[in-house]
Design a protein around this ligand. Structure first.
Ligand code: SAM
Length: 248
């Protein structure tokens, strides 16, 4: 029986591909990749010519069976996504579950993940946090999710793209209040890395004023609802938002 290695890859800086990740990617029989072209570019940089096969949301169920059969036959495979850690807002969950159900050893090669990278520099409480991934694209659904999170005491972490960052900050202000402390981590490990902190209102003002601050990839880290007074205010706002969502 082979092993399925789940390998984290860089979120920007290629030097973040660990020596062990390079060795595993070199030695496995094949690499399941979200986007084979993207992964081949990464592999080429390290002189690795292991074959890659495409595993994405739309074919994951179908491919999982074939991959598990290869693992059962003794091949070792790796799973990577385009950037960071597979399964974290990325495909792979169904393949890993199928492999585990078949009794295959699934072994991590840990490394970069934007959620942990952002938390590590945000300077917000991080012993406990809730990772919310991407918010819904539709405004009404997004506002509803944010309203539900308004009283959450743990630090909140969201992924966001450049298309929606301004709207998301505006919706967060409405749900959590202007003064809630937050951190905007942009383009981590890349040339234009910036980590801004301030109240949600101040962050939104910076993003609105500077188009460069709307470019690239973002992690938004928001401090949890604080003491009772904060929580009560947030609860009031949550109820208001839920009621407002029902109004025509
Ligand atoms: N699996 C990845 C991980 O472990 O971080 C996340 C994949 S998800 C499809 C992509 C999102 O992660 C981006 O939209 C952004 O929110 C975040 N992200 C990825 N790379 C980033 C970076 N260098 N700086 C800031 N955020 C990043």
């Amino acid at each position: 029986r082979g092993v399925l290695h789940v390998v984290a890859t860089p979120i920007g800086n290629l030097a973040d591909l660990s020596p062990r990740a390079q060795q595993v990617l070199r030695e496995v029989d094949a690499i399941c990749a979200e986007d084979t072209r993207h992964t081949r570019t990464l592999l080429a940089h390290f002189g690795i010519d292991t074959p890659a096969l495409a595993l994405h949301e739309h074919n994951e169920d179908a491919l999982a069976g074939r991959v598990v059969a290869r693992l059962l036959a003794g091949e070792s495979l790796a799973l990577v996504s385009d950037a960071g850690t597979p399964l974290v807002s990325d495909p792979g969950f169904r393949l890993v579950r199928a492999a585990r159900e078949a009794g295959i050893r699934v072994s991590p090669v840990p490394g970069p993940s934007a959620v942990v990278a952002a938390l590590s520099v945000a300077g917000l409480p991080s012993d406990r946090f809730t990772f919310e991934g991407f918010l819904p694209a539709r405004a009404a659904a997004r506002r509803e999710v944010l309203a539900r999170l308004a009283g959450e005491p743990r630090t909140l972490v969201f992924y966001e793209s450049s298309h929606r960052i301004a709207e998301t900050l505006a919706d967060m202000r409405a749900a959590f209040g202007d003064d809630r402390p937050a951190v905007l981590a942009r383009e981590l490990t890349k040339l234009f890395e910036t980590v801004l902190d301030g109240s949600l209102a101040a962050l939104q003002a910076q993003v609105d004023a500077d188009p460069n601050q709307r470019k690239g990839e973002f992690v938004v880290v928001v401090q949890g609802a604080g003491d009772d007074a904060d929580a009560q205010l947030a609860e009031g706002r949550r109820v208001y938002m839920l009621l407002a969502a029902q109004l025509p």
